[in-house]
Each structure stands twice: as C-alpha cells, then as structure tokens.
Design a protein around this ligand. Structure first.
Ligand code: HEM
Length: 489
C-alpha cells in the first residue's frame, strides 16, 4: 500500500482490522480510575512499539538506499555468460544501499570511514549482489581477523567509547592495513555525499564464459557527478549540524529528478595470468595497477527511485557476497571466502530465516524455487506443492551446470598465509599511493593521521604505527613523526 492509499482507506483499525473508536484516551475503570486490561488497543500499541527495532547491522548500521537501473554499454560475452550482461542496451533493475562502517544506526554521515556500496541486481537468473565499498582495498586480508578489527573500531568494553589506543594498536600490529589507512586518511576518506564517490567491488571475482573459460575481474563504479570530499574540519562541523547529510542529499537529488549515475568498468585478468602476476591477485589489500589491467567500460548505473519505507526496504534489505548468478563466482580471496558465510548468517539472525521473501530482497525478474519451507513469519507462498527433490510431481529440478568454474588447488590443508608474489609486501602500494599525491594532499594526509595518532596513550604503539608508514615511504614516515611529536609535545 502506498503512502497515499494508506491515508484514504477509511477508519483507523486494530491490527486485526476492527475500527478504533478512541485513539486518544485509554480505557479506565470509571472516571480517574485504573486502566483496564481489556483495552486491547492500548496493549497492542505498546507491545508493537516495544518490538519496532530489529538488531542493527553489526557493521554498516547507518545507511541509505535507492533503486535504479543498470544498462550494459559494451559486449562482455567473451568473458561472462551472465544473462543480465548478455547484450548491449540490456537493462536490469537494481537496489543500492550506501553506508558508513563503524557508526551505529543513529551516527552522523559525515565521518572519516569507508562507505559501503551494496548493490543488488535483480536479474532473470536470480539476484546478484555485489557488496563492496568506496575503496578498492581493505584493512586486512584474512576473514579470521575481521571480528578483532571491528572490535577496535567500535566501543571499548571498559570505557564505552571508541579508543585511539585500540585502533592504532590493531593497525600497527597489522601492517597489511597500511595501504587502506593511507587511503582513508587522504582526501577521499570523507566523501561530500554518496553521489560524489566511486564504488568498488574491491575483491577479485570470477567470470566465466559459455566455453567455460575463466577470467578474474575487479569492478569499478566511477561517479559521473565528480569526486567531492570534505576536509576534516568541514566534516566535523557538518556531522554536528546535519547528522543525516548523506541520506538527505541522496533522497533529495532523486526527488528532484537529478538522478546520480556511475560509469561501470571492469579490470579483466585471464586466469592463466594469475599465478605469475607481480601481486597476489586475490589479496584484498592490493589493487591491480591500471597499467597492468586497464579498466574497460561496460555499463552505466543510474539511481532513480527512492524507497517508500526506510525500515521495510533499507533496514530489512539483505545483501550477500554469496549471491551469484550463472557466469559469476568467487575467487580464492580468503576474505571473500569468509564473507560468503558471514552475511547469510547475519541475515538469519538480524532479519530472520524468511528475510529473502521480503519485497526488497526477493528476486524481481524471476522466482525463487526452493524446497525450504516454514520458519518464523513464513507466508505460505508454496501452497500445497511438494517440498522435496527429486520428485515426480513436476517440482523444480537441478540444472547440472554450476554457476562458476572449478579452481585448481595445491598442497595440504593448514593455516596458511595468502601466497606472496614477486612484488608483494605490506607497504609497496601504500608508498606508491603516497607518492602519487600532490604536496597539498600529502600535507593533509599527514595532518589527519597525526591528529589521530597523537591521541594514543602509549609510546610503543605510536612508534610502531609511524614505523609502518616509514616503511611505505621514508619521507611519509619522517613528516608524520615530526607532526605527531609536535602534537604530543
Ligand atoms: C571477512 C570480512 C568481513 C566480514 C566477516 C563482514 C561481515 C559483515 C556483516 C556481518 C555485515 C552485516 C550484514 C547484515 O547484517 O545485513 C556486513 C555488512 C557490510 N559489509 Fe562486510 N564484512 C567483511 C568485510 C567486508 C569488505 C571487505 C567489504 C567491502 C569490500 C564489506 C562491505 C560490507 C557492506 C557494504 C555492508 C553493508 C551491507 C548492507 O548495506 O546491508 N565487508 N559485513
């Protein structure tokens, strides 16, 4: 029911549909007497109100979403057989949820934090979710470290506040974070709005074509609005004055017909290149430099419709990196592999076992045909159909064709670190990023980092943190050291 239909459809009712006579005064025993248990409207309203919240996302709690359209602009059938990518001009409905990572549901938008980029394609072969960020890399490269990392970003169990000591203790002990931290404290660390930033799939994914050939792919969504960022001072002011700045900006732009768009690009690596590539192509803390694999433009994404109900369509939206379609699959990236479990598990806990049935989450261009049944809030959609397979009653059957191609493996099981390639170390790309920056950008980066590191209480953590940036680039480390010492006195 739309907002308008809701207001023109007759009297106020109870949840069971009975008309409500008085919504201002609860029922009492006599004038001024105690309230009666028979006032079902009162009980129903208070009970429903107590249950209005579901658990917020453990990360990326704060966000905003919009529907849109993805249009293919280049023939990609040589690399993938995904049907929604099969023809130039083909359009697919999408839903995109932007978010910040660390803040809770009520946190301000204008903060230094990666922005989530969770994009659902409602394709005719099922929903394909690309759950990325506005950064091409990440802080860590193994899922086993994610809960520890996030604990340092959230509130300390004793102080109840976020603590610079925890953040820098973890980052300095996880040198693979140096690249992402350099990115985050640079100019792009605080986008001016969701419209003025890029999105990235970040991980490497598999594409496979009709012939069964495998390609490794990285996705880039380049904003057509232009990159716009806030300085730390601008963000500090805006976060206080208008905590909802990003959310409002997105909604209002779409309301006035100023639909934001992104140019979609991919970097494609033939499977045979992966083993000898100079960087481990499945290491999420690294990019593939564009001179190695130039981005190829394949499509256009436009956001053009606001959700009508934020709770139903944004809060209850679920995205999973495990939602693939034929022609697309995972890579051996250890972080991605962990995420393939984490999201579905989060959804079952946060929204419930039938979360996939909600309008925003279910397939729009096909129907889901499973033998899963029942559970909390099951709506009976399968009627009396048989609930097992194989069956001889015309039920859905398997296709015998996997969505993605097998990947070769080698060696014995074990707690192995990700393989190291010829030019891999934790600092090389952080140093390259620093050296790419203009003098002004470097100065702001050093100031932003120093302001935060100077809040750390322990000398050993400060020294270790600066040491990582020194290893990335000598000049970077020297300037940071001087700036931190000046602030700490
Ligand atoms: C192994 C590492 C990671 C784990 C275990 C993890 C886990 C989670 C969990 C549990 C949620 C909440 C899901 C929900 O309640 O619906 C979430 C949300 C999210 N994560 Fe991750 N995450 C990881 C790494 C990443 C990375 C590397 C990216 C980006 C490249 C990312 C992007 C997102 C986004 C965009 C959301 C918000 C989705 C939405 O809008 O509903 N995460 N993550």
């Amino acid at each position: 029911m739309t907002q308008e239909a809701h207001v023109t459809q007759g009297p106020l009712t109870t949840e069971a549909g009975a008309p409500v006579a008085d919504n201002q005064n609860s029922e009492t025993a006599g004038l001024g007497g105690p309230v009666l248990v028979q006032d079902q409207l009162l009980l129903e309203k208070l009970a429903h109100f107590n249950r209005e919240r579901i658990p917020e996302r453990v990360v990326h709690a704060r966000g905003a979403g919009a529907y849109g359209t993805f249009t293919v602009t280049r023939d990609v059938t040589q690399w993938t057989r995904a049907k929604f990518l099969s023809e130039v001009g083909k359009q697919t409905e999408t839903f995109l949820r932007f978010s910040t990572v660390a803040g809770n549901l009520g946190a301000a938008d204008a903060v230094r934090d990666p922005r989530g980029w969770a994009l659902k394609f409602y394709t005719e072969e099922g929903n394909y979710d690309l759950v990325g960020n506005n950064t091409p890399v990440f802080f860590i490269k193994d899922a086993i470290k994610f809960p520890d990392f996030i604990h340092t970003q959230k509130r300390d169990p004793y102080t109840g506040s976020t603590e610079a000591d925890n953040v820098w203790d973890f980052w300095s002990l996880s040198p693979e974070s140096t690249h992402q931290v350099t990115w985050l404290f640079g100019d792009r660390g605080i986008p001016a709005s969701y419209r003025h930033m890029n999105g990235y799939g970040s991980h490497t994914y598999q594409w496979n074509n009709e012939a069964g050939e495998v390609f490794w792919v990285k996705y880039h969504f380049k904003t057509d609005q232009g990159i716009r960022n806030l300085t730390q001072a601008e963000a500090d002011r805006l976060a206080g004055e208008d905590p909802d700045s990003h959310q409002r900006d997105l909604r209002q732009a779409i309301e006035r017909g100023d639909f934001p768009t992104w140019t979609v690009q991919v970097q494609i690596m033939p499977a045979a290149d992966a083993a000898a590539y100079r960087f481990n192509p499945f290491d999420l803390t690294k990019v593939w430099p564009h001179e190695d694999y130039p981005p190829i433009e394949i499509g256009r994404l436009e956001l053009n419709r606001n959700p009508e109900n934020i709770f139903a369509e944004v809060e209850q939206a679920i995205f999973s990196p495990a939602h693939f379609v034929p022609g697309i699959g995972p890579s051996p990236d250890k972080m991605l592999q962990g995420r393939l479990f984490a999201y579905g598990d989060a959804h079952r806990y946060r929204v419930g076992i039938n979360a996939d049935h909600l309008p925003v989450n279910r397939p729009h261009a096909t129907v889901a045909r499973t033998n899963s049944r029942d559970g909390l809030l099951y709506d009976g959609r399968h009627g009396g159909a048989k609930n097992y397979e194989p069956n001889s009653f015309g039920g859905p059957h398997q296709t015998d064709r996997p969505l993605w191609q097998p990947v070769p493996v080698a060696g014995a099981t074990g707690n192995h670190a990700a393989p190291v390639h010829a030019e891999d170390n934790d600092f090389v790309q952080a140093g390259a990023l620093y050296r790419l920056m203009s003098e002004d950008e470097k100065a702001r980066l050093v100031e932003n980092l120093a302001g935060f590191i100077a809040k750390v209480s322990r000398d050993d953590i400060v020294e270790r943190a600066i040491g990582n940036f020194r290893q990335a680039d000598g000049d970077f480390g020297k300037r940071l050291d001087a700036a931190v010492q000046a602030l700490r006195g």
